[in-house]
Write a protein that binds this ligand. Structure first.
Ligand code: SF4
Length: 226
């Protein structure tokens, strides 16, 4: 059984995406996709660097990436170089909230403007920002506010690398409510609660499509010998 402990901000996004998937992922860890590695590498690249050199750097850092991904890499790089790259003074900034017992890593933080930037591998939605990305950004912002021990005006931006767009965020009470509901559900699931399948679950291409069909009102220990 998984004990309650610090929850990563990525986990919160996973609960929102599909609580059943989160539940199953606790026992079958997943790996970060090549697309995410590609997008992050591009988003931190110097503008003047040669694309071939950048590709070689990526392969050096992530030797598991196959040559067949090169076309995707070059496409994304061309889109990204339209000029929307967000600045940063710190990359991969670890943040933690004692109050909520959550932690995560902010992709980019610009101390001169107090701007948080998240780099996403998914294509951008037609308008706005995905709910899971709002949730991530909100969670990062409350961690950062707590760590600096003062109320600062944070700017939050999402870079959708594959679409070549950025979106900015303003938080509302709806974001706070969503955060509260999601963190409570994450803790319940960690405590053994088996979530029900959402009516509009994003099952297409989900790796758990077969195993989750049998989940209904059972406890974790009934399904996995933990
Ligand atoms: S198949 Fe659908 S309901 Fe099941 S875990 Fe995946 S997304 Fe969730």
């Amino acid at each position: 059984m998984h004990q309650a402990s610090t929850i990563s901000i990525s986990e919160l996004a996973s609960v929102l995406y599909c609580p059943v998937k989160y539940y199953l992922d606790l026992s079958v860890p997943y790996e970060v996709s090549n697309t995410v590695h590609i997008c992050k590498h591009i988003a931190f690249a110097e503008k003047a660097i040669d694309p071939e050199e950048l590709w070689e750097e990526l392969l050096f850092i992530h030797p598991e990436i196959e040559q067949m991904c090169k076309e995707q890499f070059m496409d994304y790089l061309m889109i990204y170089r339209r000029g929307f790259q967000q600045p940063w003074t710190e990359r991969d900034l670890y943040v933690h909230s004692k109050k909520w017992d959550i932690s995560g890593i902010i992709d980019k933080f610009d101390a001169s403007t107090s701007q948080i930037t998240l780099i996403r591998g998914a294509k951008a939605p037609q308008i706005g920002v995905y709910r899971a990305d709002r949730l991530r950004a909100f969670a990062y912002s409350i961690c950062l506010q707590e760590m600096v021990e003062q109320k600062i005006q944070l700017l939050c931006v999402i870079e959708y690398v594959a679409s070549g767009v950025i979106r900015t965020l303003d938080f509302t009470p709806r974001d706070r409510r969503l955060f509260l509901e999601t963190i409570k559900l994450a803790r319940r699931i960690r405590g053994g609660y088996v979530p029900t399948r959402p009516s509009q679950a994003p099952c297409k291409h989900c790796r758990h499509e077969k195993s989750c069909t049998s989940l209904s009102g059972r406890r974790l220990s009934d399904i996995f010998r933990l």
